[in-house]
Ligand binder design. Structure first.
Ligand SMILES: NC(=O)c1ccc[n+]([C@@H]2O[C@H](COP(=O)([O-])OP(=O)(O)OC[C@H]3O[C@@H](n4cnc5c(N)ncnc54)[C@H](OP(=O)(O)O)[C@@H]3O)[C@@H](O)[C@H]2O)c1
Length: 360
């Protein structure tokens, strides 16, 4: 099969607003190096990691909520998820569904033609267990907002599914993050899990994956999205930020809060945790700075777990659950790659439930 030398790609040129993403129609197609595969991208999902990396929100100098706009205070020293500088131009996009069309040295050519989704966590092949040596697809190397992308062969995970390419491109980041959080908090069927932001990519995945573990799930979401969140299987749905959360919960005993929202409402989430409860967190879309009363933490014997870099097995489990039909996609909309700016604007506006995907 002959492959073109050039490709269409949406290239992020630097930190800033949506205008930093520039469409190129003659960007060099990447070649797979030893141990890598070349994927023809059929669909690529959007995530806040892309938004935050572009805007520089991860920089500790930024203390606002995620807005998707430029932040003037971004430091060049720590603008990425891992707290390191980034190289531009960069093709972002972590959640590819596509087919392997070429392989590098040392990779089985039988993989050509295989349908795959990507595991975004790029582990050092010589030290894969070392989480300090981990990069993220679309951040520390080019990702999927393009017609072609290369990645480590181990990060292209084979999948057999009747779901569409766009549906399959909704899973990787959100669901593996959610499963990582539930694993860190040891969620079981004995738990009642409170999920703020349940209408979002990670929140919706938390609802489904906590239900899959047999837990009782109480979701929090904007009222207009309650019908969608109910379809994900939540046992009870509360509004985004009830004035009196304890009263809204009634007799419910919350043993786990699984949170990607944070922000000003955060102390209310901690206050409703039962003695010995667990708080697990993977994001802070409503703001990273929270008011933390240490007395609630220690007097109630709480456990806090942060969760970001996940073990490879988590992604393989997600693929198994997809193939078994145990979890379903929440695809809100698709856009052509050329309209990635519009897609991200819609993604940031949060009028939707679930994930948004671009098609090259
Ligand atoms: N650590 C990791 O590896 C990792 C991976 C993926 C995501 N994340 C982080 O997790 C966070 C959520 O990601 P996501 O993809 O689930 O986001 P998303 O799809 O945009 O959903 C976020 C949800 O939060 C709710 N929300 C409540 N208060 C909000 C506020 N003040 N501003 C915006 N939204 C608010 C919204 O639901 P309602 O309108 O219904 O309230 C929205 O649907 C982000 O900070 C992201 O960076 C981290």
């Amino acid at each position: 099969m002959s492959l073109p030398d050039k490709m269409k790609a949406m290239v992020t040129m630097g930190h800033g607003g949506l205008d930093q993403m520039v469409l190129h129609k003659d960007w060099p197609r990447p070649e797979p190096a030893a141990g890598e595969v070349l994927i023809k991208v059929a669909a690529c999902g959007l995530n806040n990691t892309d938004v935050n990396t572009r805007s520089g929100w991860y920089s500790k100098a930024v203390t606002d909520a995620t807005t998707g706009d430029a932040f003037e205070e971004v430091s060049d020293e720590d603008p990425t998820w891992g707290g390191a500088p980034i190289t531009f131009p960069r093709i972002q996009g972590a959640d590819i569904c596509g087919k392997i069309v070429a392989v590098g040295d040392g990779v089985d050519p039988e993989l050509i033609g295989q349908r795959v989704i990507t595991d975004g966590w790029l582990r050092d092949p010589s030290d894969p267990g070392n989480k300090d040596k981990t990069g993220y697809f679309g951040s520390e190397r080019d990702g999927g907002f393009a017609e072609y992308a290369t990645t480590l062969a181990v990060n292209a995970v084979p999948i057999r599914s009747d779901l569409s390419d766009a549906e399959l491109a909704t899973f990787s980041c959100s669901y593996s993050t959610a499963e990582g959080m539930l694993t860190r908090a040891n969620v079981t069927d004995a738990d009642t899990v409170l999920v703020p932001g349940a209408s979002g990519g990670v929140g919706g995945a938390l609802v489904q994956l906590a239900k899959r573990r047999g837990a009782r799930v109480i979701a929090m979401a904007s009222d207009a999205k309650h019908a969608d969140v109910a379809e994900l299987g939540a046992d009870k749905i509360l509004s985004r930020a009830p004035e009196n959360l304890r009263a809204a919960l009634g007799d419910e005993k919350v043993t786990v809060v699984a949170d990607v929202v944070g922000g000003p409402y955060w102390p209310n989430l901690i206050d409703v945790l039962e003695r010995g409860g667990r708080y697990t967190c993977s994001g802070a879309i409503a703001g990273p700075m929270v008011e933390f009363d240490l007395r609630t933490f220690y007097l109630r014997d709480l456990t806090f777990t942060g969760s970001t870099v996940i073990d490879p097995q988590v992604m393989r489990n997600i693929v198994q659950y997809i193939e078994a039909g145990e979890i379903k996609p929440a695809l809100a909309a698709t856009y052509p790659l050329e309209e990635l700016r519009e897609a991200q604007a819609a993604f940031i506006a949060k009028q939707h439930t679930g994930n948004i995907v671009v098609i090259p």
